[in-house]
Write a protein that binds this ligand. Structure first.
Ligand code: NDP
Ligand code: A1CAB
Length: 257
């Protein structure tokens, strides 16, 4: 693999900022290895070099991290890039061939990360038929995420729906559980503390356990007890609901492309 730095973050908002935080804490890149082009960079990117058009030619790798609706406008920098610059896109839904075309035929990798890269515990699905682009994307994401290679680009929609958007589903669950606790008589503060701490502790337990989630669930569920009573309410609609939610995200990902 050729040198992948300097890396240009083309867009450095919430997801670009999460990556910068993760790279800093993992020691993956020095700030001097990173540059940013963004009209309003987030706090993590504010100290990074902001090259003018001539300076863009220094970038060896470009992380495309703008909203999917804005990616074609962002690609207007392509004529200023070095011919051998490689594009690594995290934009939801936007196809590899379209990106390659807009960036003058340069090599492209697609990655779908999630915000947990900020603490080096992300998931990053990767599709890149070009070996050099794949190697660079792996070098960028393996220090901050579990990298999951995808065999076909079409699976990127499902990866986005499960692991890219997934953190929001979990936070929505915590919100709903806290609201239910409030309804059951707890104070708002106690309900929020319990829901949040329960998810943090249960996720940490799952991370350390060799058991699959179904066995961990069984370990909590006493026959005829409280958990069983709740799961009899929760489980029947949960599977179909999650299937519908993931299908909606897949549909939206296809539309964004
Ligand atoms: N957030 C997430 O959890 C995840 C996001 N993604 C993908 O990452 C990408 C970025 O998402 P996110 O970080 O949430 O979005 P943000 O809006 O937080 O960040 C995008 C940044 O790009 C800037 N920008 C807009 N236009 C341009 C341009 N022409 N050139 C350079 N920068 C520009 C925006 O500035 P301004 O605010 O001024 O418009 C903003 O700072 C999306 O494509 C999304 O699909 C992927 C996985 C997870
Ligand atoms: O909501 C979105 O479209 C982006 C992609 C995955 C997470 N956030």
């Amino acid at each position: 693999m050729a040198s992948l730095t300097p890396i240009l973050l083309l867009g450095a908002g919430r997801m670009g900022g999460a990556l910068i935080s993760g790279w800093r804490s993992a020691g993956t890149f020095k700030d001097a290895d990173l540059m940013v082009r963004d009209p309003h960079p987030g706090p993590e990117a504010a100290v990074l070099a902001q090259p003018d058009d001539a300076g863009l030619a220094q970038a060896k790798t470009v992380l495309l991290a703008v909203k999917p609706q804005l990616w074609r406008a962002a690609a207007a920098i392509a004529p200023h890039l070095a011919p051998d610059a490689v594009i690594v896109s995290i934009a939801a839904g936007v196809g590899l061939n379209d990106i390659a075309q807009a960036f003058g035929g340069r090599r492209v990798a697609r990655v779908m990360p999630n915000t947990a890269v900020a603490i080096n515990q992300g998931v990053a699905s990767l599709y890149a038929p070009d070996p050099e682009a794949r190697a660079r994307a792996e070098a960028m994401f393996a220090p901050v995420a579990k990298v999951v290679p995808l065999e076909s680009e079409d699976l990127m929609h499902a990866a986005t729906a499960v692991a890219g958007s997934g953190p929001a589903y979990l936070y929505a669950f915590v919100e709903a559980l806290a609201a239910a606790g409030l309804e059951a008589g707890l104070t708002a503060e106690a309900a929020s503390d319990m829901a949040r701490s329960m998810v943090i502790g249960s996720a940490a337990l799952m991370a350390r356990s060799d058991e699959d989630p179904a066995e961990l669930r069984r370990q909590v569920t006493s026959p005829g007890g409280t958990t069983q009573a709740a799961l009899e309410v929760l489980t029947p609609p949960l599977g179909p609901l999650m299937t519908d939610a993931v299908a909606a995200a897949v549909r939206r990902s296809r539309e964004l492309g």
